[in-house]
Design a protein around this ligand. Structure first.
Ligand code: 13P
Length: 276
């Protein structure tokens, strides 16, 4: 039987582990995620940016994708989104969690919209992730280069009023590759975890390029979901380039095997490090 995501993440909070949430774009990545989670009997989150969800939905139909690439260890999530109707659509599809990212709005509007989604999603057993403080960088068309740090008083107000399940904080983290980590303030996460109830669940965005030491410290402050996107895009390109360098003619079977094997080992490394 599949464990409820909330229960699973609450256990992770106690045991200082984290689920990995991978932003996926194609069926090779989806298949690799499904195979690895089954092989290791370890949960992971398949998450989609709004842009890719719309793309995959149009091409194959999301109901098919969820059915085809699910097992008892895979959970489905909508990443950053501000379109309330679209978020509700994902809740109705049976997603395990959705993100309403109102971090670019003022606090009151962010709270107001988060509450609308929380109310809608909770009735259907779906978790909601919110964000305060802006993670910089553009991810599949969402966001911009601007960033801001989450403030403790605002985090407390937001969490108390929304009863959000998962809290993502802008702590100087960024989507894409980091040029340096000078702006990273893990202290915000530490303080937030000290000031909120000790079962509050946190999310770390911008997982690509964060050193192991940083990720482990963040897990110690209550991070139970780590998002990785850019690294997978890079791995996918590397496998593609390797295939091109080794073959003159395209062969879907050998290409697909190489892609799925290569990506599986990437997923496996993360799962063994932070989840298993
Ligand atoms: P990266 O692209 O830095 O891995 O970040 C992913 C992310 O946070 C998705 O929301």
């Amino acid at each position: 039987m599949k464990q409820k995501l909330k229960e699973l993440l609450s256990d992770f909070r106690k045991n200082e582990k984290s689920i990995m949430a991978f932003n996926l774009q194609n069926s090779y990545q989806l298949e690799a995620a499904r195979l690895v989670s089954k092989k290791l009997e370890t949960p992971l989150i398949v998450q989609f940016s709004e842009r890719y969800l719309r793309f995959l939905d149009e091409k194959y139909g999301m109901e098919y994708i969820v059915k085809q690439f699910s097992n008892n260890f895979t959970y489905f999530h909508l990443d950053h989104c501000i379109d309330l109707d679209y978020i509700k659509y994902c809740v109705d599809l049976g997603f395990d969690s959705v993100m309403y990212d109102g971090s670019a709005f003022n606090l009151n509007l962010n709270i107001e919209n988060s509450k609308i989604i929380k109310d809608y999603a909770s009735k259907k057993g779906c978790l909601v992730e919110g964000e305060l403080g802006k993670v910089s960088g553009v991810e599949d068309g969402f966001g911009d280069e601007g960033s801001s740090y989450a403030e403790i008083a605002e985090i407390q107000k937001y969490v108390n009023e929304t009863e959000i399940d998962l809290m993502a904080l802008g702590i100087g983290n960024a989507h894409g590759f980091y040029s340096d980590l000078d702006g990273l303030k893990l202290d915000i996460l530490r303080e937030a975890s000290l000031n909120l109830s000790n079962d509050q669940l946190f999310v770390l965005h911008g997982g690509t390029g964060l050193p192991d030491k940083v990720i482990r410290e963040a897990i110690g402050y209550g991070v139970v979901k780590i998002n990785v996107s850019t690294q997978l895009k890079k791995n996918t390109m590397d496998i593609l380039n390797l295939y091109l360098s080794k073959n003159e003619l395209y062969n879907e079977i050998s290409f697909s095997n190489m892609m799925i094997e290569g990506l599986s080992s990437v997923f496996e490394d993360y799962l063994i490090k932070y989840t298993k």
